[in-house]
Design a binder for this molecule. Structure first.
Ligand code: 5GP
Ligand code: MN
Length: 343
């Protein structure tokens, strides 16, 4: 088993001649996964490569404004076409995930591909043996920031076009919670200053991402906060449980539930929020924390998941009631850590 991936710097010379490239990301891509993939796509196109972006699944409608989104292939929808592209690719860039299982049904196809896999990611515990080249840095705010560094370090920054800029900004802005999480370093602000100097119109991107939903989605949020949220003050914890019937009633689409997990964090004292959504095929968990409570560890231990210290996710095949019971047991097991909150 190879433990170390070769550094990205060794990749630059291999990209001097036109190649067939695939760029992919985790299933149900968020703005960071999709923004970093499409940002890299536009950059590599300008270098003369043939580039195809493949998403393992569909994505949220509010990401469709990203330049190049209309050319992306959805692996689940167009499996044959996507598989053929992966098989042809000389290099496969894997962005914003670090274990192949995060690509769901695309996992096998990626695993058996002849092309060289390249990792650019900021999550914990990378499956390094699966990638020949790569960078894994949990200190980075976003994959978009890492893709930006990749472009600058290649010495080809003249190819950071408006398209590239818009996609990367969407990734870094959303993954830093609009520049408020602790991961928002000076280098994040330097990157944004660089993009602004190149002419980036950032407010259009905030509008496209945050002011583009249906009336029904807002009413759904009202309903969920009123009727589906439990607060356990003795554990500094809030839990939101969303049955499938709510998703159907309010016509909830991919992406409509993103950000819901953050609302209870605005309650004084709350340091852990969990939300579970019954998606039919599985119960999907999201966790957010403030301070030292490590939800990456929590999600790994109890819900077959992972992520970052303050933002993680997981899943369960149990029914909604059982998985919620499992959460409550887990919460009690962590009482000491949860109840000794220090600002
Ligand atoms: P979200 O709650 O927004 O879906 O995800 C929060 C973070 O946890 C993201 O960085 C995401 O990539 C990661 N994550 C979400 N679900 C899973 C999962 O099932 N397994 C792992 N390993 N990571 C996840
Ligand atoms: Mn990310």
């Amino acid at each position: 088993m190879r433990r170390f991936m070769k550094p990205l710097i060794e990749l630059y010379p291999l990209l001097n001649n036109p190649q067939k490239l695939v760029v992919t990301m985790h299933q149900k891509p968020d703005a960071d996964a999709m923004g970093s993939a499409l940002g890299l796509y536009h950059f590599l196109l300008q270098l003369g490569h043939e580039v195809v972006v493949i998403s393992p699944t569909n994505w949220a409608g509010f990401l469709n404004w990203m330049p190049g989104a209309d050319k992306m292939i959805d692996f689940e929808k167009d499996t044959e076409k996507a598989t053929a592209q992966v098989e042809l690719a000389q290099f496969i860039f894997c962005l914003d995930f670090n274990t192949l299982s995060r690509t769901k049904r695309m996992e096998e196809c990626l695993n058996t591909a002849k092309g060289i896999r390249v990792l650019i990611d900021h999550h914990q515990e990378p499956q390094t043996e699966k990638f020949a080249y790569g960078k894994s840095d949990t200190g980075k705010s976003s994959t978009a920031e890492m893709v930006f560094d990749f472009m600058i370090e290649s010495g080809k920054e003249e190819y950071i076009s408006q398209e590239v800029s818009q996609c990367l900004y969407a990734g870094v802005m959303t993954d830093t919670g609009s520049f408020r999480f602790p991961s928002t370093t000076a280098s994040v602000h330097r990157m944004v200053a660089y993009l602004k100097e190149k002419g980036l119109d950032h407010s259009r991107i905030h509008e496209a991402l945050f002011d583009n939903f249906s009336e029904s989605r807002l009413r759904f949020i009202g309903h969920v906060l009123l009727n589906r949220m439990e607060v356990f003050f003795e554990y500094n914890t809030a839990l939101i449980t969303v049955p499938q019937s709510d998703l159907l009633k309010y016509e909830i689409k991919t992406g409509d539930t993103e950000g819901l997990v953050n609302y209870p964090l605005s309650i004084e004292g709350i340091r852990l929020v969990a939300i579970v959504i019954d998606r039919g095929e599985e119960r999907k968990w999201s966790f957010r924390s403030k301070g030292n409570f490590d939800v990456n560890v929590f999600a790994r231990k109890y819900f077959n998941g992972g992520g970052h210290k303050n933002a993680a996710g997981g899943g369960s095949k149990d029914n909604l009631e059982s998985t919620v019971q499992h959460f409550k047991v887990a919460m009690r097991e962590n009482k000491e850590q949860l109840s000794t909150y220090q600002f």
